[in-house]
Design a protein around this ligand. Sequence first.
Ligand code: MTE
Ligand code: MO
Length: 380
Amino acid sequence: SPWSQEPQRHALLKPASKRPFNAEPPIGLLAEQFYTPNELFYVRNHLPVPVISPEDYELEIDGGGGGVGGKEQTLTLEGIKALPKHSVTAAIMCGGNRRSEMTKVKAVKGLSWGAGAVGNAKWSGARLCDVLKQQGVQPDEAKHVIFEGADLDPTSHPYGASIPLSKALDPRGDVILAYEMNDEPLSRDHGYPIRVIVPGTVGARNVKWLTRIVVADQESDSHWQQNDYKGFSPSTDWDTVDFGKSEAIQAMPVTSAICTPQPGSRVKVDDDEGHITVRGYAWSGGGRKIVRVDLTNDEGLSWHVAELEQEDIPDGRHYGWSLWTARLPISEAQRKAGDVEIWAKAVDSAYNVQPEKFEHIWNLRGVLANAYHKVKVKIV
Ligand code: MTE
Ligand code: MO
């Protein structure tokens, strides 16, 4: 069976599906550490995890131009490690993160992710721009860079995705061929021995078990680039949908989530004035920094600005997430009533802000689910 060599997983990862393995950590743990521990980092596999021995590993690079002019090259794991090492802090988020909230409006097709299909890590490896430049790839000679993984579907097609060539060649794009996650070798679930990290870009393009890179005029023809991970109007249904007419998701929209307290939990006011403490994460794609996170517990009559914990990195290259903490006052009336609903919304450096409701961003695949995060708790 193709599933006989799956790796061991941490008991706290809650599977959304077991074969292929897809799981997220309890989100209460997510905001505890700026760098998500590797064994608690969500896993999103579409296929069985391939078995790759480091000695046999090869990365094929086709720099375009049909192989003329010496534009094909093969790198070994040692060869990649011999290139200058670069590190970047980047959050990876699945395009379907928080889908379980969107599906409450109306059913969507996809794994029922909570808000834990995201993690933040320090990734280290060789820069893709160095590899492509060494290969003689010019910015104007093609439009896309295609990635293929070693995981094959039943018809022997590999998992694949592509990104714009401009992102791949930009040194500030920080795209890397990563062999380390938080200073440890990549684990099998996260792409051992090499995965591409495309900071600021939807998880699906961060191809694991990378075996091939192709510079091309067209996007990847894989199912996951062409017929999945795309957004649509709330009015588009399965009878009318045309995947060819929509853009593949690259940069993700601004989002946030409340990690503690958990929905339905009993929360104690923590001082005489009656405050509660709320913690969570916020992130935006495209390297846009989070500039503010606003919280309300009275449906937007009053807002409270959270304190941010984030890397000191220039905007445009701010690929890591921000953790935040807010103290919210609980009124006498709310204390008596016992029920409070907390809402969070993040603002990025382009002043993009999350939409209030899922109704207006609903889409049949349940991707880009970035409406306000709302959590109901009991005050005790
Ligand atoms: N790469 C390969 N080869 N196969 C996959 O199934 N899943 C993608 C991406 N890269 C996938 C892949 C998706 S949809 C996501 S969200 C991220 O990997 C998840 O990365 P993680 O499992 O390391 O968290
Ligand atoms: Mo994903």
